[in-house]
Design a protein around this ligand. Structure first.
Ligand code: 0A1
Ligand code: ZN
Length: 874
């Protein structure tokens, strides 16, 4: 058990810093066993703060070797936790000089300066810079950095932020490089890399004619995997100029790929550092989803140059200021580049499955949290994905043109500053004249709002009335909620004609141009006039607000929407609602379950034989909601029973439509060599769906998967085939998997893929998973390998995880305890499955609670794990 309670950081305690750091000069000397860091900080008292305040610098795991101010040694400093406190100097401007020793080789937390493979690299967001030197490590202190790196010549590449200003030899064995970044930035955007790397180069000419040097640095064996990221980068640069008027600012933009990384990638100024898995790609080893993900992450990090770097966050409570906005920007980039409606379906699926779960669990927090113990625990789906939904709602309320004017104003008004989500919304209000006071509740109130709607047609008056009611369930620390300002995009589909109906309304909350109703009250009625026939309303089009909608649709209404809705997203949504209703009725063992299954079969057949549908949309219409999504819809959840219902219904659909699946499988055979482009991606997705139903309906169809695996010219088909084939236990699969490993073991991304397939086959059990953690391809200190095996088993393999009376829970808790000391961030993320323990049946609740108690009793429990586990037990 932790002996001291970690401190809770409160938004309400925010105070501006007592000192600014105008300039920061670092000299980082890399030696075999240790690294010495000398820092010179040109500091200036903040005239808005009381004079005489002590200087407070943060430092973690640093051995202080020298400390002086303006050349005079300082001895009367104090250390309190992570803070180094120095009495106020007499002058208002002065230079703090320090020298510390650090040990990057033994840094397994992957924060600060650490070694990945043979390469030195940094990760400073959120509070990693304090593991490099003593510094006011907070995002509202912006400084101009100059960085000198000295290292053995075996580290050929020495990089930092900004532009290169000097390089040279120090002696026979050592050399140096110096970098200068003219743009003031907070410490979390600092980066440094030293390694034996090769670079692949390109250039980009900006809208004002400046030529930017683009470079991707990788280990030599990965040189062939850089082309896709480079072209994605150039596409992103063009898109940001066209859509947001944002031009790149430095003369050089660099990306470095590293194998050991806690997250996907990091937007350090001019020197993005990427998890190898999120940047390296080639047509032989990367799947379609992989290409799309890499393209989106390259774009995301690039877009941060403006939304995050040029305008940054005042404090970490404002994280969504940069993350929500940047996720919205990268989602729009993907929508513009590929297929808009399909991107929306995929994003909404993620939101409903995982963010809604977070918002309903013990870690629920507002998009702008008001307190935290460990900020690393707040890089969440709520801050990122719900945050992006909030920005999307602003976009819906303002319309594209006014939204662009507002972002222009935001970048202009706050360039070079550290600001708040309120500042962002103020720009939206200033440009549009809208009163967004109520809208701001989206930033402050946690939980997923419920939107209940009823409709009534009055034939005599030709009116269709929509009665709205909203409420939001309680979340930790927020028992009562006030109504939200919700944009509800809607239309009416004629019940007889199937056509989009025209209407008018005098309700001031309805914007006819945007076809959007601004619901502000807890209850409101919208009367639509001139409606010539009874209608099925199509509500919340394109998922215009992140809420749970309920409307008393009959199954016929839903089928009507699947067939006729003019909004592609809502056609898919109606199919999801229908399938969910059928699956849940079967879970409950309801009397109407069998009848509903027939309705679902008919609806699926309709879609199957519809040749007018885009293949990507069709694939998504045919996929059943996942078990994870269904587990969100009711309590108490018995995951084994849920899996049985899901499997039975997939089997029934596979069998009753066997002939149709066969035809579809035949129709979606490849016609040309592999390329990552929409038509092919969509065809492959549909081919996979057909194969999955064929196998679900008849296990002997595994041979189709085996054939696909052997014949495919691409990893998308090969890995899908291995996964589907893996659902059917047989020796041939084991052989194929062994062959895959032999072929690909030296390719890091492929080895991770292999581990992940193994860990997610439904029949795997704890003894085999434990053996997998002893496999040479596994490593406790590599987060990607941990995510593949432990994450795969505990988060993406519900049947296996919940099998055998809690053996899976014991395994996960053991893994968390082991990782707690190696890498607390990763350990805390792996706690997620336990945070939902209250949703399950009593036996599962008991077993999970036992494991949570075992974890919280660990002596040296990190703040990261403590926060998640203790909040889960409340
Ligand atoms: N800002 C990055 C994500 C990131 C966050 C934290 C990290 O370490 C704790 C690393 C990366 C992004 O949004 O891409
Ligand atoms: Zn980001």
């Amino acid at each position: 058990m932790r002996t001291e309670m970690p401190q809770v950081i409160q938004l309400s305690d925010y105070q501006a810093p007592s000192y600014w750091v105008d300039e920061t000069s670092l000299c980082v000397q890399i030696f075999d066993e240790y690294t010495d860091v000398q820092a010179r900080l040109k500091m200036r008292a903040n005239s808005d703060r009381p004079t005489g305040s002590p200087i407070v610098l943060q430092g973690v795991d640093l051995t202080l070797q020298a400390l002086s101010i303006d050349g005079v040694a300082v001895a009367n400093y104090e250390v309190q936790g992570e803070d180094l406190i120095i009495p106020a100097p007499a002058a208002t401007t002065f230079e703090v000089q320090s020298r510390v020793r650090i040990y990057p080789r033994t840094n397994t937390s992957l924060e600060g300066l650490y070694v990945s493979g043979g390469m030195y690299c940094t990760q400073c967001e959120a509070e990693g810079f304090r593991k490099i030197t003593y510094y006011p490590d907070r995002p509202d202190v912006l400084s101009v950095f100059t960085t000198r790196i000295e290292a053995p010549k075996s580290f050929k590449t020495l990089l930092s932020n900004g532009n290169p200003v000097a390089s040279g030899e120090l002696d026979a064995d050592r050399h140096m490089a110096e970098w200068h970044d003219p743009f003031p930035k907070p410490s979390y955007l600092f980066a440094l890399v030293a390694g034996d790397l090769v670079d692949v180069r390109d250039t980009f000419v900006t809208c004002t004619g400046r030529t930017i040097d683009l470079r991707i640095y990788v280990e030599p064996h990965n040189r062939h995997k850089t082309a896709f990221a480079l072209s994605s980068l150039k596409k992103s640069m063009t898109w940001d100029e066209t859509v947001y008027g944002r031009e790149y600012d430095l003369d050089i933009f660099m990306i470095v790929a590293v194998d050991h990384f806690n997250m996907g990638a990091m937007e350090n100024k001019g020197l993005n550092i990427f998890n190898s898995a999120c940047v390296l790609a080639d047509p032989e080893t990367t799947t379609d989803d992989g290409f799309e993900r890499i393209e989106a992450i390259v774009a995301h990090e690039y877009f941060h140059n403006w939304s995050g770097n040029r305008v940054t966050c005042r404090d970490w409570f404002q994280l969504s200021l940069k993350e929500g906005f940047t996720v919205f920007r990268d989602a729009e980039f993907t929508a513009d580049t590929h297929a808009r409606a399909v991107k929306r379906m995929d994003d909404v699926t993620l939101l409903r499955t995982s963010q809604f779960a977070e918002d309903a669990g013990p870690m629920a927090h507002p998009v702008r949290p008001s307190s935290y113990i460990e900020i690393n625990n707040f890089y969440t789906l709520t801050v990122y994905e719900k945050g992006a939904e909030v920005v999307r709602m602003l976009h819906s309320l303002l319309g594209a043109d006014r939204f662009r004017q507002a972002t222009d104003l935001y970048f202009d008004r706050f360039d070079g500053q550290a600001v708040t989500t309120d500042d962002f919304v103020t720009c939206m209000a200033d440009v549009s004249g809208l009163d967004l006071t109520q809208f701001k509740r989206w930033y402050d109130q946690a939980g997923t709002p419920r939107l209940k709607v009823e409709g009534h047609y009055n034939a005599a008056q030709q009116t269709f009335s929509l009665m709205f009611e909203q409420f939001c369930p309680a979340t930790p620390g927020q028992p009562e909620k006030l109504p939200f300002h919700m944009p509800v995009k809607l239309g009416l589909m004629g019940k007889h004609s199937g056509a989009e109906l025209m209407f008018s309304t005098d309700h001031p909350g309805y914007d006819a141009t945007l076809q959007t109703f601004s619901l502000r009250k807890a209850n409101d009625t919208l009367v639509l006039r001139g409606v010539t026939e009874d209608a099925v309303p199509s509500l919340l089009r394109d998922f215009s607000a992140p809420v749970v909608l309920s409307y008393p649709y009959t199954v016929e209404d839903l089928r009507h929407l699947v067939r006729h809705d003019s909004n592609a997203f809502n056609r898919w949504d109606a199919m999801q609602t229908l399938a969910t209703r059928v699956l849940l009725s079967a879970v409950r063992g309801a009397a109407e379950a069998d009848g509903l299954k027939t309705v679902l079969t008919d609806a699926v057949r309709d879609v199957l034989v519809d040749d007018t549908l885009d293949h990507a949309v069709k694939a998504r219409l045919l996929r059943l909601p996942s078990q994870a999504y269904l587990a969100e819809q009711y309590t108490p959840v018995d995951p084994v029973a849920l899996d049985k219902v899901h499997t039975d219904i997939r089997r029934d659909l596979g069998q009753s439509l066997a002939a149709e699946w066969q035809v579809l499988y035949g129709q979606t055979q490849p016609e040309a060599a592999y390329v990552f482009e929409h038509q092919q991606v969509a065809r492959r997705a549909l081919h996979r769906v057909a194969l999955s139903y064929l196998i679900a309906g008849d296990h002997t169809a595994w041979h189709l998967a085996a054939e696909l695996y052997q014949q495919a010219d691409n990893m998308t088909d090969q890995s899908a085939a291995l996964q589907l084939w893996g659902e059917v236990a047989n020796e041939a699969w084991d052989e194929a998997m062994n062959g895959f490993y032999q072929r690909w073991q030296d390719d890091a991304q492929m080895a991770e893929q292999w581990l992940s397939i193994r860990a997610t086959v439904p029949r795997i059990r704890v003894p085999e998973i434990r053996r997998l953690t002893e496999h040479p391809g596994f490593s406790w200190t590599n987060p990607n390998r941990v995510r593949s095996v432990i994450g795969g088993f505990a988060m993406r393999n519900p049947v296996a995880f919940h099998a055998d009376q809690g053996a899976g829970y014991r395994f996960l808790a053991d893994a968390i305890i082991q990782l707690n000391s190696l890498n607390p961030q990763i350990a805390a993320r792996l706690c997620t499955p336990f945070t939902y323990w209250r949703r399950y049946t009593p036996e599962i609740q008991d077993a999970m609670q036992t494991e949570l108690q075992r974890i919280v009793a660990v002596e040296a429990l990190s703040k990261d794990v403590y926060e998640v586990v203790s909040k889960s037990l409340v």
